[in-house]
Ligand binder design. Structure first.
Ligand code: FEO
Length: 176
C-alpha cells in the first residue's frame, strides 16, 4: 500500500519535530551544565538522545514504506532558563506539544485508513503518556523542594539515575 501523500508529508514533519525536540533538550542539558545540577544535565542529555531515536524511528518508517524522506531545517532552541522548575515546565509543554502532533497524525492515518501507520503512532502515543508522566512527577517534586538546596540536590541525584533509552551508559557527567 502506497503511503498517502498528506500522511507522508506529516510523517516527514514529525521527523523534524522530533529532531527539534532533541535540540530543545540538548539546550536544556547545556544550560544545566553551567549549574551544579549534573544529574539534571544528564537527564536532559539522555532525553535529547531519546528524541533523536524517535526521529530515526519515523525516518526508518518512511523509508520502509517506500516514500521519500525530506529533511527540513531545525529551529534554534531556547538556551536560557530561570531555574530547574522553569526547565521542567518547558519540558512538560514540549511533551504536550508532541502528544498533540502525534494525535493529529493519528487522525490523518485514520482518515486514510492506513492501519500500519496507526500501529506505529499508537506506539508513540503510549510513549507520550509515559514521557508526560515522568516529567510531571519530577515537576511535582521540584515544586515541593522549592528553593531548598538540600532537597534540590536529592532530586538532582535521582535524575542522574534515569537511564539512557539506548542503554549505552548515557552522559558522562564530568562535573565542575
Ligand atoms: Fe519524541 Fe518526547 O517525544
Amino acid at each position: 500500500m502506497t503511503l498517502n501523500p498528506k500522511l507522508t508529508q506529516l510523517l516527514n514533519e514529525q521527523i523534524n519535530n522530533e529532531m527539534s525536540s532533541s535540540y530543545v533538550y540538548l539546550a536544556m542539558a547545556a544550560w544545566f551544565e553551567q549549574t551544579p545540577y549534573m544529574g539534571f544535565a544528564s537527564w536532559m542529555f539522555n532525553q535529547s538522545r531519546e528524541e533523536t531515536m524517535h526521529a530515526l524511528k519515523f525516518y526508518q518508517y518512511v523509508v520502509d514504506r517506500d516514500a521519500v524522506v525530506v529533511l527540513q531545517p531545525i529551529a534554534q532552541p531556547k538556551a536560557t532558563f530561570e531555574s530547574p522548575i522553569d526547565v521542567f515546565e518547558h519540558s512538560l509543554k514540549q511533551e504536550q506539544l508532541v502528544t498533540q502532533q502525534i494525535n493529529d497524525l493519528y487522525d490523518v492515518a485514520e482518515q486514510v485508513k492506513d492501519h500500519s501507520s496507526k500501529n506505529l503512532l499508537l506506539w508513540f502515543l503510549n510513549e507520550q503518556i509515559e514521557e508526560e508522566k515522568t516529567v510531571r512527577d519530577m515537576l511535582d517534586r521540584l515544586r515541593l523542594a522549592g528553593t531548598d538546596p538540600a532537597s534540590l540536590l536529592v532530586l538532582d541525584r535521582e535524575a542522574a539515575q534515569r537511564q539512557s533509552p539506548t542503554g549505552s551508559g548515557g552522559h558522562g557527567g564530568h562535573g565542575k
